[in-house]
Ligand binder design. Structure first.
Ligand code: AMP
Ligand code: GLY
Length: 426
């Protein structure tokens, strides 16, 4: 088979790795890819929103399967375009990807189908939003830009003043662009966060092993929200009991709700959950693998990923049991100094060779490229995701931090407390 991956981050590197392990895959292309993905795939200089060029490329190369990693093209309808062209593609159609593309849509869906989530209201008028927040008078309050905002369009406001500023930032200053045309105001929940990713074929859902992300930029969950600074898998807080509740009240009900709405979901459905004292609640849905959740979940998956993706496309997922290794993984993200705000690119990365030939560590590239001199340089906010496998979470964490020290570049920063929660689980 010839496979095309759309995207160029750490998640797509992890997807490329999984595809490269399939005996069915002969050749991988990635658009646009990055310097790390280039070791497994032929990178093609087409950006993920250039649907016409991607379709033309897939036809010309006779691609058998296209895997879309990123949210923007999914929400923008890339899957519909590939299907119209008669090409086989893994991911949800636009009418289903809206579950991630619009927070107003997903909140409405959960309300209608009684899927547990935080109480909320949606606004398209900032003045109304301000009145509502003042009326509630309860802080912290959570403000969410309706649309896609690279995981950063969520503000948790501790008092009235910061909430008023937040409304202005999202809806008037449009800090997150058009994502802020509408806004959701939500009740603040407390508890452990867990990410559960799943494969869905429109009807059947198969969940993957759990993971926990670290969204804030700095140690101790301080600093701004980012795309994710590190992950571990499995989550010791995601017990069998909680899994049972989630299956009954969240997972299958969501898949059934989408089907009932005439929006059958096919692809990876990601449940961002908060385990509150009153039970699990949905914080958000994503229509794709998490980044960096994929970097800890996929290396633990034992299935041939092509079989699973094909079953999602063909509606035969009920025949596929998912299998995960009885081990653990930790991913530490190494970011550019200043991320998620201002940072520089083009810094030379040293030490990447240390990962060659190692079976228990992976250096997934998130934002890298090869420069004119052939050197690998930084090319984004999140630069690398160093993942280690271990027999348990502690062993994986120790190994991930050891391996993270093998690489360096000017201004590199990482959190030193990824997986700290592991100690609290004991
Ligand atoms: P989201 O993009 O919706 O997952 O939000 C980003 C992050 O903001 C989440 O991972 C949580 O840490 C936090 N968050 C979102 N919604 C809430 C909420 N209702 N209560 C508390 N924290 C939240
Ligand atoms: N790591 C969270 C996300 O991919 O949205």
């Amino acid at each position: 088979m010839k496979v095309l991956i759309v995207g160029g981050g750490g998640r797509e590197h992890a997807i490329a790795y999984s595809l490269s392990r399939s005996s069915q895959v002969d050749r991988i292309y990635c658009a646009p890819g990055n310097a790390g993905i280039a070791e497994l795939a032929e990178c093609v200089p087409i950006t993920p929103m250039e649907f016409d060029r991607l379709v033309a490329f897939a036809k010309e190369k006779e691609i058998d399967l296209t895997v879309v990693g990123m949210d923007d093209p999914l929400v923008g309808g890339i899957v519909d375009r590939f299907e119209e062209a008669g090409l086989r593609v893994f991911g949800p159609a636009a009418n289903a990807a809206v579950i991630e593309g619009s927070k107003a849509f997903s909140k409405e869906l959960m309300k209608k189908y009684r899927i547990p989530t935080a109480a909320y209201e949606t606004f398209d008028d900032p003045e109304r939003a301000r009145e509502y927040i003042r009326g509630l008078g309860r802080y912290p309050v959570v403000l969410k830009a309706d649309g896609l905002a690279l995981g950063k369009g969520v503000l948790i406001c501790g008092d009235e003043q910061s909430a008023m500023d937040g409304v202005a930032e999202i809806m008037e200053e449009r800090k997150f662009g058009d994502a802020g045309k509408r806004m959701v105001v939500e009740e603040f929940l407390t508890g452990r966060e867990v990410s559960v990713l799943s494969f869905v074929d429109g009807r059947t859902i198969r969940t993957m092993t759990s993971a926990q992300d670290h969204k804030r930029a700095l140690d101790g969950d301080k600093g701004l929200n980012t795309g994710g600074m590190g992950t571990f898998s499995p989550s010791p807080f995601y017990t069998k009991e909680i899994d049972e509740i989630c299956r009954r009240t969240i997972f299958q009900p969501t898949v059934d709700a989408m089907a009932a709405e005439g929006r059958p979901f096919k692809g990876v459905l990601f449940f961002g959950l908060m385990l509150t004292a009153d039970g699990p609640r949905v914080l958000e849905y994503n229509a794709r693998f998490g980044d960096p959740e994929a970097q800890v979940v996929l290396p633990r998956m034992e299935n041939d990923i092509v079989d699973v993706m094909n079953a999602c496309i063909d509606g035969t997922l009920d025949r596929i049991p998912l299998r995960f290794a009885d081990n653990a993984a930790v991913c530490v993200v190494i970011a550019s100094g200043g991320y998620p705000e201002h940072y520089e690119k083009g810094k030379k990365i040293e030490g990447l060779d240390a990962f060659q030939g190692k079976e228990d560590v992976f250096c997934f590239h998130a934002g890298t490229r090869t420069d004119e001199s052939g050197a690998v340089v930084t090319n984004g906010g999140r630069v690398l995701g160093v993942t280690a496998l271990g027999q348990d979470l502690k062993a994986a964490r120790a190994r991930a931090y050891e391996a993270a020290r093998w690489v360096s570049f000017e201004g590199a920063m990482m959190r030193s407390d990824i997986g700290k929660a592991i100690d609290e689980a004991e």
